[in-house]
Design a protein around this ligand. Structure first.
Ligand SMILES: O=P(O)(O)OC[C@H]1O[C@](O)(CO)[C@@H](O)[C@@H]1O
Length: 401
């Protein structure tokens, strides 16, 4: 019988050598800094900033934001924890906090917050654009033409799975024809509450008003954001939603997280693609111009904190949605709390604080997991696949209605 422990589970730190969180801080962050250093011809001042952050990652301590930072941002970060964590090692504070702070410091290092010539230059943009322009994206968009002949429900399901697996930069549109790939994916779902999701968003009869509003909290740009946009366009066209609010990050974050500029790049990519992709893109373009779709970039979207700590205005927004769908691993960590939960901890319990119906679409890329049945947990543990929690080969659709 699944049960929620009386005390919250331990918060994940990055202090254990050999653990996944430790490797992210000790290996992935330095690799990201090197990659960013090669992305643009940064001047000596920016290079010195990147080098200093690289040294700090190895054995430095957390610092408050620099004096030159925007005062509102300094205040925000002080409230979010720099006051508490300054002087501590990156490895000894909550992992979620350390990662998030790393991206904020990286943007300082490259002059993103200016003033100066590097102000507003997304250090990850070259990689994002390369992915958007890749032959894989072409293929995935062309595959949309095959969806047109499917019954509406199958199309809806295919687009939901496209958005879900897009979290692995791996769209899943070819649902009907290519049975093997699809079956693998369905088997790889460790939880599937999609029926509950669809019960919250039934299709409306043509010509009738559609009251439902979807909040979609996006994750990555490029090959994840494209299928997210397709899903929104489809739900609007099917009369399952009348409005959508797309939440993205106010600035570059976790390498490929989507910002407002990335939404425009993805939309232009759709419109230019021709075929069914262009029809979806044009539908979305119209919905943006007439206000049925809006884009939000709330500062809390880049906060180093769980959603349980969200501010009142964001809480009110989510409360007014018919359902809020959170994409990806990081949003999942923030939704349920970045903790070592027993895997059978009910999803409804850990999301009970959320101000309305909430859904998570996520491929598994970190140790956090809730809402499994004891049977599923046992099967995963017995599978011999040691990295089922972190390898992105498994996925979930969890919903609290
Ligand atoms: O793009 P996603 O699905 O949010 O995944 C980002 C993920 O990156 C990591 O932080 C590692 O850097 C994951 O553990 C994390 O949650």
């Amino acid at each position: 019988m699944p049960d929620t422990p009386p005390e919250p589970a331990p918060v994940i730190l990055g202090d254990e050598p050999g653990s996944f969180p430790h490797s992210v801080l000790a290996e992935r962050h330095p690799a990201i800094l090197r990659q960013v250093g090669e992305a643009f011809p940064y001047d000596p001042e920016r290079r010195a900033g990147l080098d200093a952050l690289l040294a700090s990652c190895a054995d430095g301590a957390i610092e408050p934001l620099p004096d030159a930072a925007d005062p509102a941002d300094r205040r925000r970060w002080a409230e979010w924890g720099t006051d508490r964590y300054a002087g501590r090692s990156w490895f000894d504070v909550p992992w979620l906090w350390a990662e998030s702070h790393f991206y904020r410091r990286l943007l300082d290092a490259v002059g993103y917050f200016g003033p100066g010539p590097w102000q507003g230059v997304d250090p990850f943009r070259p990689a994002k654009l390369a992915e958007l322009g890749s032959p894989e994206t072409d293929e995935e968009l062309a595959a949309l033409d095959d969806l047109a002949g499917l019954p509406a429900e199958e199309r809806t399901r295919a687009l939901l799975h496209g958005s879900l697996w897009g979290n692995r930069a791996d769209l899943g549109f070819r649902l009907s024809g290519n049975g093997a790939r699809t079956e693998d994916r369905v088997r790889a779902l460790v939880a599937d509450d999609s029926d509950v999701l669809w019960s919250l968003l039934p299709p409306s009869a043509p010509g009738t008003p559609v009251p439902a509003t979807l909040c979609l909290v996006a994750d990555n740009a490029g090959r994840e954001l494209v299928p997210d946009l397709l899903l929104v366009a489809h739900l609007l066209a099917e009369g399952r939603i009348g409005r959508a609010v797309l939440h993205v990050k106010p600035h570059p974050y976790y390498v490929s997280d989507a910002t407002p500029a990335d939404v425009l790049d993805a939309l232009r990519r759709l419109v230019a693609a021709g075929g069914a992709a262009a029809s979806y893109g044009e539908g979305l373009w119209t919905a943006l111009t007439d206000g049925r779709v809006t884009v939000r970039a709330h500062p809390f979207s880049c906060a180093p904190l769980p959603y349980a700590d969200m501010p009142g205005d964001l809480r009110a927004e989510f409360a007014s949605a018919t359902v809020t769908v959170l994409k990806g691993d990081l949003n999942y960590r923030r939704l349920v709390g970045d903790r070592y939960w027993p895997p059978t901890t009910p999803f409804a319990d850990v999301t009970g604080y959320f101000p309305g119906p909430v859904a998570a679409l996520r491929t598994l890329k970190s140790d956090v997991i809730t809402g499994l049945t004891a049977r599923t947990e046992a099967a995963l543990e017995a599978s011999g696949e040691r990295r089922w929690r972190t390898s992105g080969t498994h996925a979930l659709i969890q919903v609290r209605g």
